[in-house]
Write a protein that binds this ligand. Structure first.
Ligand code: ADP
Ligand code: MG
Length: 192
């Protein structure tokens, strides 16, 4: 598999990986690497301030999943749902399989209450996530996910990005696995 240079500082444990990116291209490359390594349905909870690189990361994630369209920020739409039937993804080395990426941004949700979340179809998306992946792969990625607190699913991959105070191009990403699926994913990433 073709891994673009990422220039990462890696600190793998089995459940946490910390990586530094130097510029948006490296963040896209990080997202792409993760997208390529995902094998089953997954919730990815993104946290970090405005400009931390959450949307940039998601663009890479989509590319790694084989989503053939550019990803734009759902800050105003709250959710962008990309669904594709049996993509031919020879570029990513995967077999043809239906793919769905639901990209949410809860920045504009006032209270991040359960009722508001249901208004944007969050409960249905979680149900779809629980369903078996044999009809396709579903990845749910949410910006500002830390605002949901206990409403987040317990099984997930947490991705936190922190901007460097001195270098405007540097972001430190911390990936924390919660549950088996995300742990296996981080192990594959650490071994790759
Ligand atoms: P968020 O969605 O977290 O608000 P965006 O991904 O929309 O952040 O924007 C990140 C901004 O920071 C972009 O303008 C991008 O060019 C810039 N940037 C600079 N360095 C990096 C980096 N290492 N990773 C991601 N974005 C970076
Ligand atoms: Mg964003």
């Amino acid at each position: 598999m073709n891994h673009p240079p990422i220039g990462l500082t890696e600190r793998p444990t089995h459940t946490q990986l910390r990586l530094t990116t130097h510029g948006p291209e490296e963040t896209v490359a990080l997202g792409r690497r993760i997208g390529q390594a995902i094998q089953s349905n997954l919730f990815i909870a993104l946290s970090g301030d405005l400009g931390a690189g959450k949307t940039t990361f998601t663009a890479g994630l989509a590319a790694g999943l084989g989503i053939p369209v550019p990803v734009t920020s759902p800050t105003f739409t709250l959710v962008n749902d990309y669904t594709f039937d049996k993509l031919s993804t020879s570029a990513t080395g995967r077999g043809a399989q239906a793919r769905r990426l639901a990209h949410m941004d809860v920045y504009r949700l006032e209270g991040s209450s359960a009722a508001e979340l249901d208004g944007i179809g969050f409960g249905d998306l979680l149900d779809d996530l629980e369903a078996a992946d044999d009809c396709g792969l579903l990845v749910l990625v949410m910006e500002w996910a830390d605002r949901l607190g206990p409403l987040l699913p317990e099984e997930r991959l947490d991705v936190t990005s922190v901007s460097d105070e001195e270098d405007p191009d540097v972001r430190v990403f911390t990936l924390t696995a919660r549950g088996e699926t995300a742990t296996a994913l981080l192990q594959r990433l650490a071994e790759a």
